[in-house]
Design a protein around this ligand. Structure first.
Ligand code: SME
Length: 138
């Protein structure tokens, strides 16, 4: 895509800003649909590197959101059957889909080392972040 390097840089800055300013945001990343494939690809993140840079639709919390188009708040990752662990330190996760022209093209994914930290305010805030990011990636 045109100017893709600077888009990735801007997304990385957003990830770092979020991770540094919210104490219970320990890993922040943006996954996007990988071309025509039924899978997500990790584009930008802040926090520990993960092995899970490609996630098939339906797999894990992220893959489920790619299919459901709904926010997914996980207060306790141990209680989830369909979950992909990135770090043993992670206790909770939130994934909010990112829409461009009504189409779910990706998501913001946040892991927390704090149990059950995410509220409706996080959901509303991350929906707002994604609306801004949609303008960057569109
Ligand atoms: N836990 C996610 C995988 C991505 S890592 O959190 C970075 C999942 O279950 O989809």
């Amino acid at each position: 895509a045109r100017n893709s390097a600077s888009v990735e840089e801007r997304l990385t800055e957003i990830c770092e800003l979020l991770r540094e300013n919210v104490d219970y945001y320990d890993w922040v990343g943006f996954y996007f649909k990988n071309g025509d494939k039924e899978e997500l690809k990790l584009h930008s993140f802040a926090g520990e590197p993960t092995d899970h840079t490609i996630i098939p639709f339906g797999k894990g919390i992220c893959g489920q959101v790619a299919v459901s188009n709904q926010n997914f708040v996980v207060p306790d990752v141990k209680a989830q059957d369909n979950y992909i662990a990135c770090s043993i330190n992670v206790k909770a996760e939130i994934v909010v889909p990112l829409f461009v022209d009504g189409e779910n093209i990706g998501q913001i994914d946040i892991d927390s080392n704090t149990p059950d930290p995410f509220t409706q305010e996080d959901e509303a805030f991350l929906e707002w972040v994604n609306e801004k990011v949609a303008r960057i990636v569109a």
